[in-house]
Unconditional design. Structure first.
Length: 226
């Protein structure tokens, strides 16, 4: 993502006397959307930029760079075709202070092609740590994902999702994989684990926490042991 775009967004946030989290939520894109735009590998769809422009009360053109406009606002970079960036580790039950993360880090990549079902969506990979989903994904393997907002998918029964659980008024966040299970009007996020310590959690979250679906899992990848 262009640094000039992030500068434009931050300047507008200053004018509106608001912050990245509040503006992201106002756009209906989750509290970390703008922060993630600054991360290497971010590739937002034009629809998400349109929502952000509305929240910032600016024309869409102010958030589209000349390069994006010349490529139908949503082109896929050649570098994205054969690799995916590994943007983090999925580890249930472990909270991390997001203020300590290096947002300009060089991400590891894996040799997996983008999913053609989502040609204009941001796609990425995560490394699995632990056994909270070991019936499907082994410890040390990788999952591939598509950005939930970019995907256009609904949180339907059976989807495997990349979830963030945040503790209110702190910088602590837990990232985890769960499977959506609907029980009447209640949406539960279930582990798929042989370890009974991992329990389902309600999608609406518990008091003092917020749960956000960040991505939909599209596949898995495991390096051969040599």
């Amino acid at each position: 993502m262009s640094e000039s775009l992030i500068s434009k967004i931050d300047k507008r946030l200053e004018e509106l006397r608001t912050n990245r989290t509040a503006a992201s939520k106002k756009a209906g894109l989750g509290g970390t959307f703008i922060r993630d735009l600054a991360r290497k590998g971010a590739n937002p769809s034009i629809e998400n930029l349109r929502k952000l422009a509305e929240a910032l009360q600016v024309p869409l053109e102010e958030l589209t760079t000349p390069q994006m406009a010349s490529n139908d606002n949503d082109s896929i970079r050649e570098a994205d075709l054969g690799t995916l960036p590994v943007v983090g580790i999925i580890e249930a039950g472990q909270f991390r202070d997001i203020t300590l993360l290096d947002q300009d880090e060089e991400f590891e990549t894996i040799n997996v092609a983008r999913d053609p079902r989502f040609p204009r969506a941001r796609q990425y990979a995560l490394k699995v740590n632990g056994d909270s989903m070991n019936e499907l994904f082994a410890d040390g393997s990788y999952v591939t994902a598509v950005d939930f907002w970019d995907s256009g998918l609904d949180p339907k029964d059976g989807l495997i999702v990349h979830v963030e659980r945040r503790i209110a008024d702190t910088h602590l966040v837990e990232t985890t994989l769960k499977q959506i299970k609907r029980e009447g009007a209640v949406v539960m996020l279930q582990p798929r684990s042989t370890n009974p310590k991992h329990k389902p959690i309600p999608m609406e979250g518990e008091k003092g926490s917020e749960i956000v679906i960040r991505g939909v899992i599209t596949g898995k990848w495991e390096p051969m042991r040599l």
